[in-house]
Design a protein around this ligand. Structure first.
Ligand code: SF4
Ligand code: SF4
Length: 223
């Protein structure tokens, strides 16, 4: 992982603080949440504040990094991101439910999730190895559109937001013969925000979902 804390400028710090404040507010608003019920408006406002702050953080540190990422650049979306929390899956599902093409995308997620389960079982439960093997299939994320853009970009999870490359985008494709040359740091916000995401997920009754994007999206129900 890139030691991003060395790049945490005042603007980046402000973004992180805003992200944290949003999650803390959402957690407070989720107190007494009834599992299976739709999260209240204050949870939605808090989570949106978290994402806006986190994006500000990425923009601020991105100014110092030689990022190659851009619109229509979807080689990395042949991967199945892991470490996705329940609240992130709910937020994504909420976006997909408003998409006329949502039912097809959810059906595709379930097919890919079944495939992922088989690969994971073949590795004896080694998720990191399963992720490398599954990526060799080159199958796109069910949310990737025909123009190689994320159809739910504004709602994508942190694992997608934090995944960037310093090298030629083509190298991001796991099937590229020089993929091993790709420099792809994860701009993770650190354990504090992740712990808050886990806590918010638990408060919303979303703590038991699979943490890979394909399985999680196939499993998360409509709230
Ligand atoms: S990680 Fe690679 S494929 Fe993904 S947006 Fe960045 S450069 Fe493009
Ligand atoms: S959610 Fe969007 S950004 Fe993430 S892998 Fe899928 S298409 Fe790519």
């Amino acid at each position: 992982m890139l030691p991003i804390h060395g790049l945490v400028t005042p603007a980046a710090q402000a973004g992180l603080a805003e992200a944290e404040a949003g999650l803390v507010a959402a957690i407070s608003a989720a107190e007494g949440h009834i599992p299976g019920a739709a999260p209240n408006d204050a949870v939605i406002v808090g989570y949106a504040r978290f994402l806006a702050g986190y994006d500000d953080f990425l923009t601020a540190i991105g100014a110092y990094l030689p990022l190659r990422c851009g619109a229509g650049c979807g080689a990395c979306c042949r991967d199945n991101p892991r470490g996705v929390t329940g609240v992130e899956l709910w937020w994504l599902r909420r976006s997909v439910d408003a998409d006329p093409d949502g039912p097809r995308r959810l059906a595709a997620a379930k097919v890919l999730a079944a495939r992922w389960s088989r690969v994971l079982a073949s590795t004896g439960g080694d998720a990191a190895l399963a992720q490398r093997l599954a990526a060799q299939d080159g199958l796109p994320c069910p949310l990737l559109d025909e123009a190689e853009r994320c159809a739910h970009y504004a709602a994508r999870p942190i694992a997608c937001r934090a995944f960037v490359a310093f090298t030629e985008p083509a190298l991001c494709d796991p099937r590229h013969p020089e993929h091993h040359e790709a420099v792809q740091p994860q701009l993770e916000p650190g354990p504090d925000l992740r712990a808050l995401l886990v806590e918010l997920s638990a408060r919303l009754g979303l703590g038991g979902l699979p943490d890979d994007l394909r399985s999680g999206l196939g499993a998360v129900g409509k709230l």
